[in-house]
Design a protein around this ligand. Structure first.
Ligand SMILES: [Fe+2]
Length: 299
């Protein structure tokens, strides 16, 4: 199973199917090679392809003939106390067998109970008990898919009074115990740090690059309130200046990584998204840091 390339990619939207295929195979511009901006790989939400056929699969089959693929799942609700919904996991496993994606990821969150499903990625407790439960859930998914998955750090709007671990310690322990990797979302670091009054630079520095199989970049909305700003993780605008700074700080330590531009609301024309991906690639190229050997551990 090939790894994702340590280059920039995009979150794929149906309105970009045709322009992406027209743009052709990856030709990332760099200091050495002048070429039109084009993503090197794509990511989709597998839940959007759980139907057996039709145009979505015709497009995705054509695109994955050229571009490496990442599955970014949004529906497993790994933090749910009632456990996994096996129909959802079975559907994901079937889709993984069909497309053999280079990476599969999910969120450090929960989105449902035995009776309800919510269209949100809700925060989990950072306690030993929650870690035990989340580790078991991740292990169950990895056993069913017969592969490692990556878990994404969340955007948070609150912290629980009973938390006894930092987010970084929770994720590091989760990786050690389950064998999963990290999907490191640097916009989520800015959102969480701003909303909870944490130090985003310290949060970035606490992440072990060897655990990171993929990076996310995105934009967010900002509301000003009397008691301070509130950042909302809406993926509806360009990457912020601080998130670019945090990304460069991480890449100087980590070397090139597969990095994705997420843009899920106010979706722009393909050229705007491709240019944002090209900017991520330019900043990785400018870092001058070679890829770390340890990164080859991801599969
Ligand atoms: Fe993300």
């Amino acid at each position: 199973m090939p790894n994702l390339p340590p280059l920039s990619g995009i979150g794929l939207k149906p309105e970009h199917y045709a322009p992406l295929l027209a743009a052709g195979p990856a030709s990332i511009p760099s200091a050495e090679i002048a070429a039109p901006p084009c993503p090197a790989w794509v990511e989709v939400h597998p839940q959007n392809y759980f139907g057996a056929g039709g145009p979505p699969h015709r497009w995705l089959s054509a695109i994955t003939a050229t571009f490496p693929l990442s599955f970014h799942s949004v529906g497993l609700s790994l933090g749910s106390a009632e456990g996994l919904r096996m129909d959802e996991l079975d559907a994901l496993a079937t889709l993984c067998e069909r497309y053999a994606p280079a990476a599969v990821s999910e969120h450090l969150s929960w989105s449902g109970t035995a009776d309800d499903r919510y269209p949100d990625l809700l925060p989990v407790l950072y306690t030993p008990e929650a870690l035990d439960h989340f580790t078991a859930q991740v292990s169950q998914v990895q056993d069913r898919l017969k592969r490692q998955i990556l878990i994404e750090n969340p955007s948070r709007y609150l912290a629980f009074a009973c938390d006894t671990m930092s987010e970084g310690d929770f994720l590091q322990a989760l990786c050690a115990r389950s064998g999963c990797g990290l999907l490191f979302d640097i916009n989520n670091i800015e959102v969480t740090a701003t909303n909870l009054g944490l130090d985003p630079f310290a949060m970035v520095d606490a992440v072990d690059p060897a655990l990171v199989g993929e990076v996310h970049l995105a934009g967010h909305a900002r509301e000003e309130h009397a008691d301070g700003p509130l950042l909302i993780d809406d993926h509806g605008s360009p990457v912020s200046a601080l998130t670019w700074t945090l990304f460069e700080r991480f890449i100087r330590r980590a070397g090139p990584k597969p990095v994705l531009i997420e843009w899920d609301t106010n979706v722009p024309e393909f050229g705007v998204l491709a240019a944002e991906a090209a900017e991520a690639q330019r900043r990785m190229d400018a870092s001058g840091v070679p890829q770390r050997e340890a990164d080859h551990a991801f599969a």
